[in-house]
Ligand binder design. Structure first.
Ligand code: PLP
Length: 348
């Protein structure tokens, strides 16, 4: 069978042989009864890594964010987030549909950040009963739709200080927080020091097949556990999948630097091809965004389909750009093959 090189996302990664071994051998119990030792060990490990009091294993990043918002906000409360936030764009409006919570968007800047003045400006007047009540702010790091940008530690702290001043719960969608930490060469715990809660994904660059962990203070996570159950996310012998998450945390963080190195090689190679223009300051972390210049005969759909014929999978974004993501299942050879396939298709 012809091998495909899949650059669509880091969510396509397969579990490593070590993960499969750990999954087969996992000690399990009924996690809804709090009896799965592997889930507990994953939750403790995750919380320790981020220097938070407790962790909660959830099915996905979407569920982690949703649970956090529903725990921090009541129906009719408002959560402030970026127009480019995954939570706003790609989580099916769950916080409104299921939580009755109002989304208040403010623009992400090109660097992925929300202006502090905009956060402040989004605050409602709590004494005016016409208005929803501002309860929460969400920052995404790395910021996917802004190009996979890393948000620096100083800014993360500044949002923490502002949130405390304004009485907001500060949540981070840290689906790729370890990419950010590796990029900044600091511990992820330093990056989220001033954060009230954070969701990170095991199933993206860290290669676990399923799951995310939501971390925060003990009482908050206790509340989240109940909401996870309400949403149907109470899993029974979940240790089978949590075991892969433990391996992900132990073995897969430091190697993210390889994905970033390959994204740079990929971006450099693609930038040299006539008709291609890198966008969003690419590369950032493990992502490369680009567009086809108007002079080219190709549109995105033709490019995607012709590359697919050559065994290279890519995808286009809502904004009509192309995104490529490097990960554990695309090695140096795959990167070179991808560049060559682009050269071939663009030259025709
Ligand atoms: C920034 C960000 N947050 C959250 C998610 C949601 O994660 P999941 O697909 O596990 O629901 C994603 C998924 O790609 C993401 O990129």
């Amino acid at each position: 069978m012809k091998r495909n090189y899949d650059f669509r996302s880091d969510t396509v990664t397969h579990p490593t042989p070590e993960m499969r071994k750990a999954m087969a051998a996992a000690e399990v119990g009924d996690d809804v009864y709090g009896e799965d030792p592997t889930v507990k060990s994953l939750e403790e490990k995750a919380a320790k890594k981020l220097n938070k009091e407790a962790g909660l294993f959830v099915t996905s990043g979407t569920m982690g964010n949703l649970v956090a918002v529903m725990a921090a906000c009541e129906r009719g409360d408002e959560v402030i987030m970026g127009t480019m936030g995954h939570n706003f764009l790609h989580e099916a409006g769950g916080v409104s549909v299921l939580g009755g919570i109002v989304i208040h968007t403010i623009p992400n800047q090109d660097d992925g950040k929300l202006k502090l003045a905009d956060i402040r400006g989004a605050m409602r007047n709590p004494r005016d009963y016409h208005e929803p009540i501002s309860k929460m702010v969400i920052v995404e790091n790395t910021q996917n739709a802004c190009g996979g940008k890393t948000i620096d530690r100083e800014y993360m702290q500044q949002v923490g200080e502002l949130s405390r001043e304004l009485g907001l719960h500060y949540h981070v969608d840290g689906a790729r927080i370890f990419n950010a930490a590796v990029d900044l060469q600091i511990e992820a715990s330093e990056l989220v020091e001033s954060v009230d809660s954070i969701t990170f994904c095991l199933s993206k660059g860290l290669c676990a097949p399923v799951g995310s962990v939501l971390c925060g203070e003990k009482d908050f996570i206790r509340k989240c556990r109940r909401i996870r159950k309400l949403l149907g996310g109470g899993m029974r012998q979940a240790g089978v999948i949590a075991a892969a998450g433990v391996v992900a945390l132990d073995q897969m963080i430091d190697r993210l630097v390889e994905d970033h190195r390959r994204a740079k090689i990929l971006a450099d190679g693609l930038a040299n091809i006539p008709g291609i223009q890198l966008t969003k300051g690419s590369p950032n972390t493990n992502m490369v965004f680009l567009k086809i210049t108007p002079e080219s005969r190709l549109d995105n759909r033709t490019l995607i389909s012709e590359l697919k014929q050559l065994g290279v999978l890519i995808m286009s974004t809502n904004e009509g750009e192309i995104r490529l993501v490097t990960h554990n299942d695309v090695d140096d050879q795959a990167v070179q093959s991808c560049i060559q396939a682009f050269e071939q298709v663009m030259q025709q």
